[in-house]
Design a protein around this ligand. Structure first.
Ligand SMILES: Nc1ncnc2c1ncn2[C@@H]1O[C@H](COP(=O)(O)OP(=O)(O)OP(=O)(O)O)[C@@H](O)[C@H]1O
Ligand SMILES: [Mg+2]
Length: 497
């Protein structure tokens, strides 16, 4: 059956021209001469696609698009191509924000119009395979080897590319709980719901998660970071796996932009990931961090193919080329994203991601190539916890939790052993053992060889007992603050239980 196209334009010549062109291609055509009529016919005729002029009597094109989007049910979506005489980016952005899926600037060639129509109809076709299939449920974590390497830029634009260009149902999680940037990158206010609304509810179920998600105009659903650093504390390590599992049941891709800390919360996110993309740039300090991150990840017991390297700003001049970088890391760089500072920064500052407004830019095309490769990656079976029992939260275990803590020791055994010895020397008969991970950028290398030697973990498993006093948080996190790990002062320790 021919697809029905609704043309909304007040210019009779244009109506005739469009009707002729579309009918020649075999489409059924319905015509409206003003915005109100266009809105009415959308309801009455259920067209497969709409061509919507911007300047219209009664209701303009933006208003019509916004009204339709507001009234459409969650599973319905009529593709809208906005027809505009304006070349200005602001006009295009306004149209896209109002709910248009694409735009064409008048005058345009009929061949271009027909190509856009075909592509949109294919993208939104309610085929059995798309509607009926279960979501892919892949969790992709983006982790920056260093601050400012472009992790957020890549996460957001990959999510948009996966949805808009590849037709995948995509959720985007701002995992930088204290200083998440997604509201800025996507021009959203502090009043929008966030993960805090999930974790403060009496129980977390899939309907709650759905309600808290914020739909971006690009069609990606967002789980925003808490609105302020102090509310980030409400999110605990137990929450993330639950939230991610609910998202997995709803989406093809769940993109998580995590911050650099390797703390318990982020570890849980890494555990849940199907793939961890380590984002880097080609400079020495970043290469140093990538090596540390790769070693740390290996120590966590993940399989090799779970981690992929993304070189951002790959063609920027840094004096280190891709070959040098690969040589230093002794492994290949899996993906590259080009350098285009203007495109990236103006998208950031306008709150309109380039994959949404300038998908055909150099940067947009580079990100799309990346998203295409990502979409073709084989499903890994590594999105599971390494073989340990669940870890418990800092600052330390209570009596009776020996089992969960002995398991934690296998994660970075050398450090645990060293702390255990320090602690014993300070007069503690038994030692709390946890995997308190230093910020990779500040890690001291002194005990890394030792850690490697201790990989088996069996010896420590026997020596470390996991009952005992509650250690002060600052001691457990000593390395994270850039200090050497000091044994705790007995006077600081409160007895648990
Ligand atoms: N491919 C690119 N080409 C040019 N500039 C880029 C590119 N990717 C990101 N940038 C720019 O780099 C800066 C940092 O980007 P972004 O905020 O995404 O990094 P980040 O790693 O998430 O930072 P943070 O550590 O603060 O979270 C921004 O100004 C952004 O516009
Ligand atoms: Mg960021």
């Amino acid at each position: 059956m021919a697809a029905k196209i609704l043309v909304v334009d007040d210019d009779p010549n244009f109506q005739r021209l469009l009707t002729y062109t579309l009918k020649q291609e075999g489409y059924e055509v319905v015509v409206a001469g003003d915005g109100a009529e266009g809105f009415r016919l959308w309801g009455a005729e259920s067209p497969a696609l709409m061509l919507l002029d911007v300047m219209l009597p009664k209701l303009d094109g933006y208003q019509v698009a916004a009204k339709i989007r507001a009234e459409e049910g969650p599973s319905a979506h009529v593709p809208i191509i906005m027809l505009t005489a304006e070349r200005e980016v602001e006009q295009k952005v306004r149209g896209l924000r109002a709910g248009a899926d694409d735009y064409l600037i008048k005058p345009f060639h009929p061949a271009e119009l027909l190509a856009r129509i075909k592509s949109l109809l294919a993208r939104f076709a309610p085929t059995e395979t798309l509607v009926g299939r279960p979501p892919l449920g892949r969790i992709l974590v983006f982790y920056g080897a260093k601050g400012g390497v472009g992790t957020t830029t890549i996460s957001i634009n990959t999510a948009i590319a996966l949805h808009r260009e590849l037709g995948r149902k995509t959720a985007l999680v701002d995992g930088n709980l204290q200083f998440g940037d997604h509201r800025v990158f996507l021009d959203l206010g502090l009043d929008r719901k966030s993960i805090v609304d999930v974790v403060t509810a009496p129980s977390i179920d899939v309907d709650l998660v759905k309600q808290v998600l914020v739909r971006h105009d690009a069609g990606v659903d967002l789980l925003l970071a808490p609105p302020s650093p102090e509310t980030a504390e409400l999110v605990t390590q137990e929450h993330m796996p639950i939230v991610l599992e609910h998202l997995r049941s709803l989406y093809d891709y769940i993109i998580v932009d995590v911050d650099k800390k390797l703390d318990e919360i982020n570890l849980r996110v890494l555990d849940a990931a199907d793939t961890i993309f380590v984002v880097m740039t080609a400079d020495l300090s970043c290469l140093k961090n990538v090596r540390l991150v790769l070693e740390t990840i290996a120590n966590l017991g993940y399989e090799q193919d779970k981690v992929r390297l993304v070189l951002n700003r790959s063609n920027a001049f840094t004096g280190i080329n891709v070959k040098n970088a690969e040589g230093a890391l002794k492994r290949t760089i899996d993906h590259q994203v080009v350098n285009e500072y203007r495109g990236a920064i103006s998208a950031l500052n306008s709150g309109a991601p380039f994959m949404f407004t300038k998908a055909d830019s150099l940067l947009g095309r580079s990100l799309l190539d990346f998203a295409r490769v990502v979409d073709k990656l084989p499903t890994t079976s590594t999105a599971r916890l390494p073989n340990i029992t669940p870890r418990r939260g800092l600052p330390g275990p209570q009596f009776g939790e020996a089992a969960s803590w002995t398991a934690a020791e296998s994660r970075l055994p050398g450090r645990n052993r060293r702390w255990a010895e320090d602690s014993r020397r300070s007069g503690f008969a038994r030692t709390v053992c946890t995997w308190s991970n230093p910020h990779v950028g500040q890690a001291d290398n002194s005990d890394r060889d030792e850690e490697r030697e201790q990989q088996s973990g069996d010896a420590q498993r026997a020596t470390l007992e996991c009952l005992g006093p509650k250690l002060p948080l600052h001691w457990l996190l000593g390395c994270q603050a850039g200090q050497p790990a000091q044994p705790p002062d007995k006077s600081q320790v409160s007895r648990a239980g």
